[in-house]
Design a protein around this ligand. Structure first.
Ligand SMILES: [Zn+2]
Length: 200
């Protein structure tokens, strides 16, 4: 983890936001957060130290988890069934059409690892109903809870197309949401940096 004294103004840092990696320069060092300017999107963020990365972090081996799993696509579908049971209250709010889609949704791994998004839900393509969730294969060999959160997020997209307030509040009903979301973001950021540095 980055410490306060490790940072200097103007230095480039990386951090995850909702599963996406953002990079920017340090403009202010605060007690608990760092103010980072993302030039590309002209946005300013206050980022907790625990979420910051800098290149030096990646001289160590990639994030390794003792509880990682390699799920087949069939097991991904089983995981969706687990989620449906565990979060019945959430899925009860789906209307009949959405419930029908939820029951028949196909789930697969992406062919190649991606790092910008954890996954996506495709309702239709070329005028045809697709009803398909793709989970980024970046999450192969990561903890089941992380894969579960990515999947939960995509299942919620059957109901909500956008990341509206309502979507976010449903998403936050996920057990230990903040912690799991943080790990998920770190995996994506780490992947992104490794790609940028041609390490993978
Ligand atoms: Zn989304």
């Amino acid at each position: 983890m980055i410490e306060k004294n490790d940072l200097t103004i103007g230095e480039r840092v990386f951090f995850p936001i909702r599963g996406k990696g953002v990079n920017g320069t340090v403009v202010r060092i605060n007690k608990k957060t760092v103010t980072v300017f993302d030039k590309l999107n002209s946005r300013v963020y206050r980022v907790p130290y625990s979420l910051l990365f800098k290149d030096i972090t990646f001289s160590r081996p990639p994030l390794i988890f003792d509880n990682s799993v390699l799920l087949t696509e069939e097991e991904l579908s089983d995981l969706a069934d687990e989620l449906k049971k565990e979060y019945q209250q959430v899925f009860k709010t789906f209307n009949s059409e959405q419930t029908r889609l939820l029951e028949s949704v196909k789930i697969k791994w992406s062919k190649r690892p991606t790092y910008r998004k954890g996954g996506y839900y495709l309702k239709s393509a070329k005028g045809q109903l697709k009803n398909e969730i793709t989970i980024s294969s970046t999450f192969k060999n990561t903890p089941k809870e992380v894969i579960k959160l990515v999947l939960f997020h995509e299942l919620l997209h059957i109901k909500h197309f956008n990341h509206s307030k309502e979507f976010r509040s449903l998403e936050q009903s996920f057990t230990n949401f903040e912690k799991v979301d943080e790990i998920m973001g770190k995996i994506l950021v780490e992947y992104r940096i490794r790609r940028m540095k041609n390490l993978i």
